[in-house]
Design a protein around this ligand. Structure first.
Ligand SMILES: C[S@@+](CC[C@H](N)C(=O)[O-])C[C@H]1O[C@@H](n2cnc3c(N)ncnc32)[C@H](O)[C@@H]1O
Length: 243
């Protein structure tokens, strides 16, 4: 039996998601919203030193070296997703094609969207673009419903700063922690209050906090015990502070 913690409407699993997902009932998830490793460590050319800043390096963490194969997730994502459910996956230029190649033919529609970071790391050498955009790929079937308020709301980008200040966990620091505002924007569009949001690569449970703030239920999974415990503490603190 996998280890999990139930806190209010959130259930957090400590396990390899490829095993954990087998426990998730068929068609029980309204929104799969996840952030798998981008596997960019292999493009690292070592530290890029910056004056008065932490050096830049694509080798962000050991977990990023473990190759994610979308094919391993296709059958289970399709099995657990509700017939009118949605999938949103954070990705990058080197992985978006892999997700598209495996998932596209199984869904009615594929689109992408951009999170434009308003405060990216500066590029003092001016020899390339700022790394100011992160991509998401999304999939859905006919009959899905999205909660757009107007045409402006329907642009496929969002602008928001990277995680900073009190929101940014210090111990453990997660190099890929996503900002709650970005997550809430997508959860609000692609699900309804009372729906179940599932994040199988949950890190420090940012998706859980965003989902709970919007009165959705949450189920997530993380393989690293340090991140898992930090996620559990974050969800507990959310309930304590919101009572
Ligand atoms: C990009 S990070 C997610 C960060 C998250 N969005 C947040 O805001 O904290 C990807 C996470 O997936 C976890 N992970 C990698 N492979 C996994 C697996 N097979 N099962 C569960 N978690 C996994 C890593 O430990 C890492 O914390």
């Amino acid at each position: 039996m996998p280890e999990y913690t139930q806190i209010g409407d959130a259930r957090l699993y400590l396990q390899d998601n490829r095993r954990m997902i087998k426990e998730v009932p068929d068609h029980s998830v309204d929104l799969i919203f996840t952030d798998p490793p981008y596997n960019i460590a292999k493009y690292s050319t070592g530290n890029i030193d910056l004056p008065n800043r932490t050096p830049l390096n694509n080798d962000i963490a050991q977990w990023d070296n473990i190759e994610v194969d979308p094919q391993e997730y296709l059958d289970d994502f399709m099995r657990v997703l509700a017939p009118k459910g949605n999938i949103f996956i954070f990705t990058t230029y080197s992985s978006i094609g892999k997700w598209h190649a495996v998932f596209d033919s199984h869904f009615d529609t594929t689109q992408f969207m951009i999170w434009h970071k308003t405060n990216p790391t500066p590029n003092i050498f001016k020899k390339g673009f700022l790394n100011s955009c992160e991509m998401l790929i999304c999939f859905w079937n006919k009959g899905h419903q999205w909660n757009f308020s107007d045409q402006k709301h329907m642009h496929n980008y969002i602008e928001a700063p990277i995680c900073m200040g009190p929101e940014r966990l210090k111990d453990p620091k997660h190099p890929a922690q996503k900002p709650i505002e970005v997550l809430k924007h997508i959860i609000r569009i692609a699900s309804n209050p009372g729906d179940l949001v599932f994040d199988p690569f949950m890190g420090v449970a940012s998706t859980a906090i965003a989902a709970l703030k919007l009165h959705r239920k949450f189920c997530g999974c993380e393989i690293d015990p340090l991140y898992y415990r930090a996620g559990v503490e974050r969800v507990k603190a959310f309930y304590t502070n919101n009572l």
